[in-house]
Write a new protein. Sequence first.
Length: 285
Amino acid sequence: MKVLVTSAVGFCSGVRRAVEQSIKHAIPGRTFTLGPLIHNPQVVQFLERQGVLARERLESFKSGELLIIPAQGITKAFLELAQQRRVAILDTTCPELTRTRNLMMKSAAEGYQIAFLGDPGHAETESLLSFVPDAILIPSSNLASTIAWTKKVAVFAQSTQTLEALQSLSQVVLAKTDELRIFNTICQATRRRQESLRRLLPKVRTLVVVGGLNSANTQRLAEMGKSAGKKVCHVETAEDLDPRWLDSDMPIGVTSGASTPIEVVREVVAQLEQFSVFGEKTQKN
Ligand code: SF4
């Protein structure tokens, strides 16, 4: 049995930047993130050992401490509160999200009603919508048909959405408005990962998705596998693997989320190869 790995694995540029900057600027005992820096428990534990701790409440920050804004950004209200409390700030918000935020604010200022395709409660969604308070959050395109859209609408998507979901939402809104702007704000890293997975899926029956169970982009990869009729096994580390998943002669596929370290993917592949009866070589797809 072969193990086929998608070509896009390891940290995306936004996550790598956030992790590297946090480690570089960490002052042990005085450096905190608001919530996890990224959605990967193993990396969060690693950062704790480097002196970067996660806090849940901004109210517990004191003057002189360093607040690291995570790659997904924070809400406008939290940002203003941090500034009031004179907390030092290291902003590692991904540049792709800063660009999306600026485009959303510009369209809103130009009179467009903003439709945002995103996961309710996700840090990225909450951060972006806090800067555009009248934006309408659409968790799924079906819900868009029940909304009375104005004459000018601009559609945006969370960076981890799929192109199919953005197209579907845009079609629904187009039928109910006079003017439609569509911004493909699915980030380049997500697009590359999804395209690479689309090429791999026809060749496998089982797909192992490696990444944080709380990671939106990792969950989206798992959903793509399920929609294609594959058996999907979502694991955080090699320890979660089960040899009984290797139940066919077809190759097994491996992909990973944008916040999964490449080392963890390598460990998963090595473990799958050990499970394999024939031990054939892994191929990049
Ligand atoms: S997944 Fe995309 S938007 Fe999110 S941090 Fe990575 S590059 Fe930035």
